[in-house]
Every structure is written in C-alpha cells, then in structure tokens.
Design a protein around this ligand. Structure first.
Ligand SMILES: Cc1ncc(COP(=O)(O)O)c(C=O)c1O
Length: 398
C-alpha cells in the first residue's frame, strides 16, 4: 500500500498551494509560481478575482442549494445571458465538462428519436479528441489509454483521423446521429480545425440530417479571443458543451442547444441534483459580467499576440528545444523537440506552471486577466528553461 489515502490516478507534482493572487500561486512555504496552467483553462479570471469572490460570498450568505424542483433565478439569468450571447435557445446546467458532453450526446440521440429516426444514435468523433472520463465520453474520445480495462467500449462512437472531413463523410451511415469535435483540441495537443473544415462539417450535417456538436469545454469562454472558438469560423453548432472557464474555478458546466436540437428534452428525460445550483450560478454570472465587458476580449487578443510573438522568438532562439508554437488566443502550445515532460519539469524549476498535452506539446493557458508584465515574466522564465535544456543537449553531444 502506498502512503496516501487517495486513488493513485493522478501523477501529482510535489507542490501544494495555499493561496492565489491573479496569475500567481503561492505555496505553504511562500514560494511564488506563475500559473500559466490556470487549472487547465479553468481559472479564466485568475485567482482571487474580487468580483468572483464577492459574488460567491454574497450568495453563500443567502442560499447554497435548492433542488431543480424549484425555480432558481440565477440559473434562469445565466441561461438567458448565454442564449443572448450565442447561437443557442436552451441551456442545461451541469457540474462538469463530461456531464455537459453526456447531455449533448443524449440530446442529439433524443432529437433523432423524436423526429422519427430512432435508428440514428451513432456519433462521429476525431482522433486526438478528449471529451471526459465517463464511460460514454471515453468512448467518444476513443483513446485506448483511457478505455483499457473498463469493459466493452460504449457503443455508438465512430472515430476518423483528425481533420479528415472526407473520412467523416464516408463514416456517415443510416445510424449516424451527430458529429462531435473540439474546434481547438486541448488534450490532443493544441490542434485547431481549419475554419474551412468547420464550414464543411456544418454543410455535411445539414445535408445528412445530423447534429453538429462542439465541445468548447476548454477552448470556450474567451480563451481564443472570441467568446467561443467557433465564432472565428462563422459557423454555429446545434449543440455545444461548455465548462471550465465559465465557473472560473467553481465546478460547473452547461449544454447549449438550439430549440430544434432540444426538441426531445422534455420533462423528466434528463436531470441533475447539483447542476445549476445557486452558488455555481452566482459565480457563472460574475464570470460573464467580466468576460462580456466591453473591450475585455479585445484585450485578450492583444495580449495573445504579444505572448505568441514572444514565444516565437524563444522558439527561434532554441530550435533544439522548441519545434514550433501553435494555438489561438491564450490557448497556446509549444511543440517540443525533447519529451514534453522534460520541458515541463524545466519550466516548473523556473516556477512557471504549464500543462503537458498530446503530440509532445506543452500547453500555456494563462488566465485571461494575465497582465503584460506577467507575460514578459513568463517569457523570461521560459527562455531560462529553454536555455538550460539547450545547454544540456550541447553538453551531452560533446
Ligand atoms: C475539451 C474537453 N472536453 C471535456 C472535458 C471534460 O471535462 P471535465 O473534466 O470537467 O469532466 C475536458 C477536460 O479537460 C476537455 O478539455
């Protein structure tokens, strides 16, 4: 037996943080780390944002929880605001990204069921996808490492190579209900679908009577410089799963749908105990107050450009460490030459937190509220890490 009472499912770094301030995390010993992981795109407004703290405190003093058997005014308000800001007409609140995806998949199947196509239940997904860790979402993600040992893969998911739209078309059968994708893959290694591919997928879905589902759990809520990443392509989905950034650190998610797509989701067919709870709704509304403020997203775009240019300069200086920079907005990836775990360790030694991803990439996901000075500090630390790694490579070659 190991010394911990916890499941050994996480490869945890030996670090425990006591508090956070903006883009910074502080350990129990008072050591400061620049947090460009942001809880894997969760802490959209950084740590301890005064507006979020006030909203949560205020709600905590009034009411923590009531069941969805009753009206929840904060839920109604957040739903209306999400509808107002997006393609959607309807919202279902969840506690996590995976649950938002479950709701989207169920909604798509129900839509086909109630519109006379009960045989249509399959969903086409793309290699490199990550949609969560429930039994259905590991099947949707299709990655063997997450499926192994958990019994038969949940039926109903067909995977095609990343961004292979011809293969997606070929994979459509009379049983297909929907196509599901992250417009910008996170766990898969910061890989974006070209805008043209998103347009083609929309056309494919329209032609074959399928629903288009976007998973914006990681790339949504301002991450790419628009409220949602798909806005860059000018296409809209029928369903969208969101989570992470909308809660700013409070666990919550949502499934957004058009009226048409939500046709089958009638009283009693789906439910949740905690989803849309007053505490989560207070924080979600407070996050939107900030992200929808005039000029907020423009500033994200400005900072993203600054950051990406700085990253490209470091990549040019150390081509033996960094192969290239990818991604959009403040969802950026460093494609590494050496194993990404080594690079991530070197960044951590510089007290810069980042997140490894697939395709040998390190993700940089600073809070959207990151300051210019924090960006410069992050670039300085990245350069020091890259310099150390480059020197080590040169020494080993001698
Ligand atoms: C794109 C995407 N979808 C779904 C999920 C699952 O979200 P959760 O861990 O909140 O269930 C994640 C989590 O990393 C994600 O990045």
């Amino acid at each position: 037996m190991s010394g911990s009472a916890l499941y050994e499912t996480f490869a945890r770094a030996p670090l425990a943080f006591e508090r956070g301030e903006g883009s910074w995390l502080v350990t129990e010993k008072g050591e400061r780390y620049l947090d460009f992981a942001a809880g894997i795109a969760v802490n959209s407004l950084g740590h301890g944002h005064p507006h979020l703290v006030a909203a949560l405190k205020d709600q905590a003093e009034k009411l923590w929880h009531v069941s969805n058997l009753y009206e929840i005014p904060g839920q109604r308000r957040l739903g209306e605001r999400l509808v107002e800001a997006t393609f959607a007409d309807k919202v279902f609140f969840t506690n996590s990204g995976a649950e938002a995806l479950e709701c989207a998949i169920k909604t798509a199947r129900r839509y086909q069921f109630v519109t006379g196509h009960p045989e249509r239940f399959r969903v086409i997904t793309f290699e490199g996808a990550f949609h969560g860790r429930t039994l259905a979402t590991i099947a949707a993600g299709g990655q063997y490492k997450y499926l192994e040992g958990f019994g038969p893969k949940v039926d109903g998911f067909d995977q095609v190579p990343f961004d292979d739209i011809d293969a997606a078309e070929k994979a459509i059968t009379p049983e297909t209900a929907a196509i599901l994708l992250e417009p910008l893959q996170g766990e898969g290694g910061i890989r974006s679908f070209p805008l043209q591919s998103l347009k083609r997928l929309r056309q494919l879905c329209d032609k074959h009577g399928l629903l288009l589902i976007f998973d914006e759990v990681q790339c949504g809520i301002g991450r790419t410089g628009k409220l949602f990443a798909h806005e860059w392509a000018g296409v809209t989905p029928d369903l969208m799963a969101i989570a992470k950034g909308i809660g700013g650190g409070f666990p919550m998610g949502a499934c957004l749908a058009t009226d048409e797509a939500a046709r089958g989701m009638t009283a009693g067919v789906h439910g949740t105990t905690f989803g849309g709870n007053p505490l989560a709704m207070a924080v979600g509304n407070a996050v939107l107050d900030v992200v929808l403020e005039e000029g907020f997203l423009e500033d994200v775009n400005r900072k993203a450009l600054l950051f990406k240019q700085g990253l490209a300069a470091v990549a040019d200086e150390f081509p033996d460490v960094i192969e290239g920079i990818r991604g959009d907005g403040l969802m950026l990836g460093i494609k590494c030459v050496m194993p990404n775990g080594t690079v991530n360790g070197a960044l951590r030694d510089q007290h810069l937190l980042a997140v490894p991803a697939g395709d040998n990439v390190i993700r940089l996901l600073p809070p959207l509220t990151v300051t210019d000075a924090d960006i410069q500090e992050g670039l300085k630390r990245l350069r020091s890490a890259a310099k150390g790694l480059s020197e080590a490579v040169a020494a080993a070659a001698k």
